[in-house]
Design a binder for this molecule. Structure first.
Ligand code: PMP
Length: 397
């Protein structure tokens, strides 16, 4: 039977992954609050989530979600061009546009889809207008951007991570492409470092391109009211299209594309990732809206987060861990092999601290790492426990 063949293939591939220490399992995690979880019957401090401001459990976010759930139901039950577009979606989009100082914003069911929709819009606009265009993509871009670009009708080139001289050569050597779209992230998800936005702004003066910037991990962390790294650096104008996810600092779910009215209207008309998917549940739109209000009204958690980040990074710099430099709450400790990353995570686990080893194919082979993420909700005591445990873990490694 055909199914039997596929089962044999599956078993062989899984055995292969297991033997190379690359087999993945889902861990069953029960959140207790924004920074603590139950895992295999024991309580841990969570240093592995992207809940940078602890907004998953903020009373105002929860109350807004509950109100919308009762008023609008559990799901949106149709795609946005049928009957899935509800008042909470419209309200959240307007709020996001004001907060990001963008002309318009479109909400989608996830950040993954938002990146696909943004890329599909560029590609569809180029095809429909008969213009030759191409994407230029940073090598460390998130899988959602890579998949979207690969699956689009537009050619693309990849430039080495943050290598602006190479990007400049590509921009200058457009050959047949009349239009170029640079695709990058303001904070890279696995390295926690930043794109060189100042360098990109300089490049843009001499080589015209459109910039698609994924602000997933900068949102809530940088800029006025957490509106992102471009805003923090006074470079909002540099960004033509910004993508954010509501699944990280905003503590809920969904993705958002911000851009001009014409771009956002084109997305609604042309992007298959938007058109052919049931819309984000209205209660999630209300949650995102409330999370942004909290970020606008409460600057202290963001300040505390940045203070924790500086402290942890400077303490780890004194030790022997290979920490990828940066200023973000994603602190990757590169250990090399998959087994070393696994052992480091186990050592923290034995001290009540939850982190996950990040292994290929998520990161290049030989750069397996412990990806520690910090949250404003971590107490001083928990931060000291993390630092001491890492010191000890290294001594015994
Ligand atoms: N972009 C980046 C940089 C990400 O890290 C992620 C999530 N891992 C996404 C996009 C996708 O967002 P979502 O989880 O909301 O689909």
């Amino acid at each position: 039977m055909a199914a039997e063949v596929w089962d044999q293939l599956a078993r062989a591939v899984l055995t292969d992954l297991d033997e190379s220490h690359l087999l993945r399992h889902r861990s069953l995690i029960t959140p207790i609050n924004a920074t603590h979880v139950l895992f295999e019957g024991r309580e841990y401090v969570n240093f592995a989530s992207n809940n940078y401001l602890g907004l998953t459990h903020h009373p105002q976010v929860i109350a807004a979600t509950e109100r919308a759930l009762r008023r609008f139901g559990a799901g949106s039950a149709a795609s946005p061009l049928i009957t899935g577009y509800c008042p909470p979606h419209a309200a959240a989009e307007q709020h996001v546009a004001r907060w990001k100082q963008a002309a318009a914003a479109v909400l989608l069911p996830s950040g993954y889809q938002a990146n696909h929709a943004a890329v599909q819009t560029f590609a569809a606009l180029a095809v429909k207008s008969g213009r030759r265009a191409r994407f230029l993509l940073d090598k460390l871009c998130h899988a959602s951007l890579i998949d979207a670009v690969r699956g689009s009708a537009m050619p693309f080139r990849i430039f080495p991570h943050n290598h602006l001289p190479k990007l400049e050569r590509l921009l200058a050597d457009a050959k047949t492409a009349e239009l170029q779209v640079v695709v990058t992230e303001s904070i890279f998800s696995m390295d926690g470092d930043a794109a060189d936005l100042v360098g990109l702004a300089k490049l843009k003066m001499t080589h015209p391109f459109a910039l698609l910037l994924d602000e997933a991990h900068a949102t809530g962390v940088y800029g006025p009211a957490g509106s992102g790294l471009a805003a923090e650096m006074g470079l909002r104008e540099l960004v033509d299209v910004a993508v954010i996810t509501c699944s990280k600092a905003l503590g809920c779910g969904g993705g958002i594309v911000c851009g001009s009215h014409a771009f956002c209207n084109s997305l609604v008309n042309l992007a298959r990732a938007y058109i052919y998917s049931t819309h984000l549940p209205p209660a999630m739109a209300a949650a995102a809206d409330a999370a942004i209000t909290v970020m606008e009204n409460e600057p202290l958690p963001r300040q505390r987060l940045n203070q924790i980040v500086r402290h942890v990074r400077s303490e780890l710099a004194k030790g022997r861990w290979q920490v990828i430099a940066g200023s973000s709450p994603i602190v990757p400790l590169v250990v090399g092999s998959e087994t070393a990353a696994f052992a480091a995570a186990q050592s923290l686990l034995s001290r009540g601290l939850l982190t996950f080893p990040i292994r290929p194919p998520t990161v290049p082979r030989g750069t397996s790492r412990l990806r520690i993420t910090l949250s404003s909700g971590h107490t001083d005591d928990e931060i000291e426990r993390l630092i001491c445990s890492l010191r000890d873990a290294h001594k015994h490694a």
